[in-house]
Each structure stands twice: as structure tokens, then as C-alpha cells.
Design a protein around this ligand. Sequence first.
Ligand SMILES: Nc1ncnc2c1ncn2[C@@H]1O[C@H](COP(=O)(O)OP(=O)(O)O)[C@@H](O)[C@H]1O
Ligand SMILES: [Mg+2]
Length: 266
Amino acid sequence: MAQHDLRPIIEVRNLRKEYPVEDETVVALERVNLTIPQGQICCIFGESGSGKSTLLNQLAGMEKPTRGGVKIGGVPVSKLNERELAAFRQKHIGFVFQSYNLLPNLTALENVAMPLMFRGVSKDQRERTARAVLKRVGLGHRLSHYPRQMSGGQQQRVGIARAFVTKPEVVFADEPTGNLDSKTKAEVMAMICSFARDFNQTIVLVTHDPQMASYADRIVTLLDGNIVSDRANQPAISPSTPAPTPTQPSIIRQQSTISTNQGASR
Ligand SMILES: Nc1ncnc2c1ncn2[C@@H]1O[C@H](COP(=O)(O)OP(=O)(O)O)[C@@H](O)[C@H]1O
Ligand SMILES: [Mg+2]
């Protein structure tokens, strides 16, 4: 079992999500209760249509629940307005997407440096930090490549570098290996886990793939919008990536408390 303290960072209470579809109502989540402690790699597992992405969208505040609520670090994300949410995400949350979502007109280095801009980090420092993180994911030689000049696996490594560059408390990953071959999948998962372990970050990993779920500390299975199983998992041993090059401490320092204060993120 991984070492994490038991301080809850994500708290989901009686969460329900309905979508109106024509005259009907699709109940995507029925009554979900879930507490995720800081530092845990928690997998939301289930077949297609079971409600995984819906749950992740509620956790990250992308959508408002029909009922119930989500708190992250004590902050009721499901009650924040768009502006507060944007600031909250910039400060505390990282995302890794199945389709990478890199900006096509920016180089690898620029893509990774981008989230630091929102934090008011100087250009010099942004580039130094982004370079160090890209090196860590094995792309030190691809800094000035554009997304279209990279393989899927390389693009996802840029995506991971971008998600972790600000050392967010929580990283959400929705099918991050969905478009990758099995060798690259394993590399990508090992990288995500290695970052998370080094900085005691919490990962919520959504997948339908048992191989990917095996990297998690805990596997929560959804079926038809309900949690049908919640169990601890002995994570697959992941080959650690090299230790990070020391970067700017002010950037990588974990915040000990989460607030909606927008001061530093504007
Ligand atoms: N925006 C939406 N409008 C209507 N139905 C939706 C919407 N998003 C998801 N659903 C429905 O909610 C259920 C769960 O979907 P989803 O969370 O995407 O599942 P998963 O990510 O596990 O494949 C499915 O039945 C899906 O069709
Ligand atoms: Mg999905």
C-alpha cells in the first residue's frame, strides 16, 4: 500500500446526476458517496456508460450535480461559480486527457510552460521548470517540437508534464492511455504514478482497462451510476523514472491548505 496520510482531500456526498434527453431523464449517477485521502491513486473503474466520466466531471466542477456535492480540500467545488472554479483549477488541479488536448501551435516546451503563466511565474522560470519536467518524462530532446511532430505516446508525455508542472494537489485523468499501445500505456501510467508518489499528489484515474487499474492503490467500480465495489489494490510495481532535476522551489512547493483565493492566479 502506498504511503499517504489519511486526510481526506476529495469528499463526495450523495451525488446524483441526471441528464434530460428529449422527454426522458438519464440518471448517470445515482447516489455516489466517496472519500479519497490525499496521496491516493484512486481508480474509477467500469464499463463504457457506467458513469465514470460523469463522476470525474462533477469532481472537477465541469458540471453541476443534480443533487449532492463535492468538496476538494474542504472547498465546495460544486457550488463555485465559473470564475471561482477557473481560479481553483489553475491553483490546485491538473488534467490528463485521452486525446492529449495540447495546443497545436505551441511547442512542447510552450505547452508545458503555459499553466505556470497563469500563476504569474516569470518567463525564464517557466521555461526552466518546463524543461526540467519534460526532461523527466524523457522528452528533453523534443522541446521545440510541435504536437503534430510527435507520436501519441510523446504527446501524452507532454500532457503529463503539463498536468504536473504546477504540482497540483489533485490530478484527474480520464482514460489517459485510451489511445496508446500497451507498451506506451505502461510507460505513461508509470510516469503518472511516479510524479504522484514523489509529491504526495492525489490521482483520480478513470479507466475501463484492468491493466491500467492495476496501477492504483484503490479501485472503485461503477455500474449504472452506482458504486458496486470499492477495494484496496496492491499497485503494480512501476519502474521509477529518474529523479527530477531540482526546479524552482516556489513553484513546486505543495500548498498545505486549499482556498478559493484568486489572488495568485489572476
Ligand atoms: N451530456 C449528456 N447527456 C445525456 N446523457 C449523457 C451525457 N453524458 C453522459 N450521458 C449518459 O450517462 C451515462 C454515463 O456516461 P459516462 O459518464 O460518459 O460513462 P463512461 O465514462 O463510464 O463511459 C451514459 O448512459 C451516457 O449516455
Ligand atoms: Mg468516459
